[in-house]
Design a protein around this ligand. Structure first.
Ligand SMILES: [Zn+2]
Ligand SMILES: [Zn+2]
Length: 559
């Protein structure tokens, strides 16, 4: 029976370009998962959008003397372009700047307020006497008390990664004018997270299928005890607070961005002409998956579930397969020092599938992994081109030259041929199981093992020699190889959608591969196949020196 799968993916801040860390951390695994479930015939809803609010946006706007709206519009456009080129198959990629999102946020806020899970309190906030304004998190800067990094932000230190409050920083200063802020009392709303501690604890205990790193991180967070958290800020850009006296304050971005999963589902439903279409994805026996980087774990395993528990009636996360971090050439990725590989830059020069391949087979699933241009070159040339691309190309071109491009009819299959076809069926089952459990790295490795097996088979059968003495043996080997390619284009489709779609056509199958199902379609004997082209291209050694040399040059790209 078809399953109902909701896929929520982290909301990128619309204040800078996407980079490899974002893709490896959340977007690629989510897309692989969505494509896999669609091939399986399951009902999938995958949503996300630009996070338009918060101080990262307003600071960038102030720096560039633009309005926050101009900044978010620019990056929303860029994101959409990147998703299309990289093949991230959203059902909806929206923004948190829609009236629908505001309305949904207000609805949840008011229900939680009504239930007593949101309350008012007065708290000291950093205030700049020069700028005459409150300074929320990133508007203050200072020295990190843990690692002495002099440019730590009010919410986090970019050097050691620790989160903090502005009052923790040493040598506190205003980000806008460098004056020393003082602390003044301001009234804010708080989310009573502490009220959910027991319910969360017993719920987490049931999540034995979660990744160990996600469970450990969550349990560690719970051990420290859950504190209530402020959910409003002294800022004028963001979702309004639906309470009198709060006209010059906004809902803090961490609280409303997670609501985006729900508001986006409603927006998707509306745009499909059925306002209630979101409901199966948020109730019944649906399963919801949240793909995020590890820095976002507590928001998705504790805070968002607590908000959902308080609101009631909506499904809690089924799994939160958070990834670890991607390092770049052995060093921690840093956008402020431009130690990053930017996605728009990559996509203007190279094809999407080689990147999807590298980030899949080297995915930071259980520990940090490294991206290097040397590795990118090696994986492309030695694996994608030499193992998979060559297999497809030599079989298809041989077929074209010797069998007039028509699928040859096989003679009786010998043991070796039968074994390989069984292996292809087993690979379909194995990759199915691995992807179902979000084991992406193992999934693509199992798929590539089948390609290696098929290469060995062809080397043994040597149809290019056999054609001279025994054309029937040659025809059988090519038929078997074409059948294996039909399995490969399926199991690799979630990872490498562009080349799988091409191979689907080269093998003579009609329609889109997305509707072909999770199966190895049988090539039709006698059917004429189109003239094949290479699936991948060898890259030149020089890209390693060129691309590595560009790293770290240029200025900051994040605020
Ligand atoms: Zn630090
Ligand atoms: Zn100031």
């Amino acid at each position: 029976m078809a399953e109902t799968i909701f896929i929520g993916v982290a909301w990128p801040y619309a204040n800078g370009s996407l980079h490899m860390g974002h893709i490896a951390g959340a977007y690629l695994p989510a897309d692989i998962f969505a494509r896999y479930h669609r091939l399986k015939g399951n009902k999938v809803l995958m949503v996300s959008g630009s996070d338009q609010h918060g101080t990262p946006i307003t600071l960038r706007a102030e720096q560039e003397k633009k309005s926050p709206q101009e900044i978010v519009d620019r990056y929303q456009k860029e994101f959409l372009d990147c998703w299309q080129k990289l093949g991230i198959s959203w059902d909806l990629f929206t923004t948190t700047g829609t009236p629908n999102h505001t309305q949904t946020t207000h609805d949840i806020f008011l229900k939680l307020l009504d239930e007593g899970y949101i309350y008012k309190d007065a708290v000291p906030q950093a205030y700049c006497p020069e700028c005459r304004r409150f300074l929320p998190d990133r508007y203050v800067e200072g020295t990190c008390p843990y690692c002495n990094f002099p440019q730590a932000r009010g919410d986090q230190c970019d050097e050691c990664g620790r989160t903090m409050n502005p009052s923790d920083l040493l040598n506190l200063r205003c980000r806008l004018c460098s004056a020393t802020p003082r602390f003044e009392v301001s009234e804010h709303f708080f989310f009573r997270l502490s009220a959910f501690e027991d319910r969360l604890k017993s719920w987490i205990r049931e999540q034995t299928h979660w990744r160990q790193n996600v469970l450990n991180f969550t349990l560690g967070f719970l051990e420290g005890g859950l504190k209530d958290r402020a959910i409003t800020r002294d800022i004028d850009w963001g979702v309004t607070v639906p309470q009198p006296g709060f006209e010059d304050k906004r809902i803090y971005v961490w609280f409303e961005a997670v609501i985006g999963y729900f508001s986006a589902s409603k927006e998707w439903a509306k745009s499909h002409g059925d306002d209630a279409a979101w409901q199966p994805f948020w109730g019944g026996d649906s399963k919801s998956y949240y793909f995020i980087g590890k820095d976002n774990i507590p928001f998705h395993t504790l805070i968002w579930p607590a908000m959902l528990m308080g609101y009631g009636g909506l499904s809690l996360p089924y799994d939160v397969p958070a990834n670890e971090f991607l390092t770049i050439e052995g060093k921690r990725l840093s956008t402020s020092r431009n130690w990053a590989v930017w996605l728009p830059d990559y996509l203007t020069k190279y094809d999407p599938d080689p990147l999807r391949y590298l980030l899949s087979i080297n995915m930071p699933e259980t520990g940090d992994t490294d991206f290097s241009w040397r590795e990118f070159l090696r994986r492309n040339n030695d694996e994608l081109v030499a193992t998979y691309g060559n297999l497809a190309h030599r079989v298809l071109t041989f077929n074209h030259r010797n069998f007039d491009g028509a699928v040859p009819g096989p003679a009786e299959l010998d043991g070796q041929s039968q074994e390989l076809l069984v292996k292809a069926q087993e690979t379909l089952k194995d990759v199915d199981k691995l992807l179902y459990q979000c084991h992406f790295k193992e999934g693509i490795k199992a798929a590539m093992a089948l390609a290696q097996e098929a290469n060995r088979y062809l080397d043994d059968k040597a149809p290019w020699k056999a054609i001279k003495q025994d054309s029937q043996a040659s025809a059988t080997a090519i038929y078997v190889a074409l059948s294996v390619l039909a399995a490969l284009k399926t199991v690799l489709c979630p990872f490498l959608p562009f080349s799988s779609e091409k191979l689907h056509k080269f093998l003579g199958f009609d329609g889109s591969i997305e509707t072909a199902g999770w199966q190895a379609q049988s090539p039709v004997v006698g059917q004429k196949l189109p003239v094949p082209e290479p699936l991948f291209h060898k890259l030149d050694d020089s890209i390693v020196a060129d691309e590595t040399g560009r790293l770290g040059s240029g200025g900051s790209n994040e605020y």
